[in-house]
Design a protein around this ligand. Sequence first.
Ligand SMILES: NC(=O)c1ccc[n+]([C@@H]2O[C@H](COP(=O)([O-])OP(=O)(O)OC[C@H]3O[C@@H](n4cnc5c(N)ncnc54)[C@H](O)[C@@H]3O)[C@@H](O)[C@H]2O)c1
Length: 325
Amino acid sequence: MKVLVIGGAGYIGTHIVYDLLERNYRILVCDDFSTGNRKNIIQHPNYELLEGDFKNESIMKKILSYKPEVIFHFAASKAAGESMIDPVKYSHNNIRGTLYLLENMIQNNIRYFIFSSSAAVYGEPQYLPIDEEHPRNPTNYYGFTKKIIEDNLEWFSRLKGLRYASLRYFNAAGYDIKERVKGLENEPQNLLPIVMETLIGKRPKMYVYGNDYPTRDGTCIRDYIHVNDLSEAHLLAMDYIIKNEQDITVNLGSENGMSVLEMIQIAEKVANKKIPYEITSRRPGDAAKLLASSKKAKEVLNWVPKYSDPETLIRSMWITYQKNA
Ligand SMILES: NC(=O)c1ccc[n+]([C@@H]2O[C@H](COP(=O)([O-])OP(=O)(O)OC[C@H]3O[C@@H](n4cnc5c(N)ncnc54)[C@H](O)[C@@H]3O)[C@@H](O)[C@H]2O)c1
């Protein structure tokens, strides 16, 4: 089977491309390297790279001439803070770009779509853990872009038989347990890559945004899910929509809430090094606590996360950062 992976040289996409290659699929990766890493280009007989922006008409023509049966769509701008300052970048890449892709899929009868959605669709939690029925009220424009695409997927499924999986990731973290992935994230905005960059000395210190939240140690609590577990869920979701001819929308999280300080302490233990950090003021829009219910993914997809306990997850990052930074 031929699979197109848009954004397949990025952090999450690369992990999934390796797993797809192990399953003997033929892969076309389309990536413009706006945030992707050239170290993630893979030498493999079943792997082809199409360098460029999928929104570009000539790139879209090449995509269509490859005749993929399934499309994984990882390519998006993903910094929630930036989306509030530069919404046009986000409407262009995440909304217009994805709609253009979906229109082309429908016109060319490409039927299976795996979409990287996000916990950001939910906004401020009204209850915890957050299940898929939780109202979607994004508090940043990035989350809104994901919600809009989810809504369009529902219509295109109903009207045109597009089959999709919308996977709402919580905090993706960790690096490949098999150490295949060498390209690190550029200019990361998330906690754990920043912890790693501080550990390797790329940053003199890091900041903890607020220690006066109503949580056990005052810092924000998040749900971290290992990227290999995410990858497994993508493969299961692909099989599910093809086999059952049904759509699926699921949360992907570990169901284990960890505070910022707890993660820093585990990283210090794993690396056997102190991490210099400074407590600073809260960032607007940060919820005190986010926690997933992944019951649905477990029940419907038979998904079992294997690597998402915080120590395994952080160790996998530390190994990759030490080797590749
Ligand atoms: N990392 C997380 O914690 C997280 C959480 C929730 C959702 N997501 C979503 O998962 C997806 C992948 O995230 P990631 O962490 O791997 O990000 P990433 O930035 O590492 O990967 C995105 C990839 O897409 C490429 N890209 C972006 N725009 C493109 C375009 N117009 N044409 C071609 N290539 C383009 C980039 O170069 C990059 O390689 C995104 O859609 C993101 O919104 C990520």
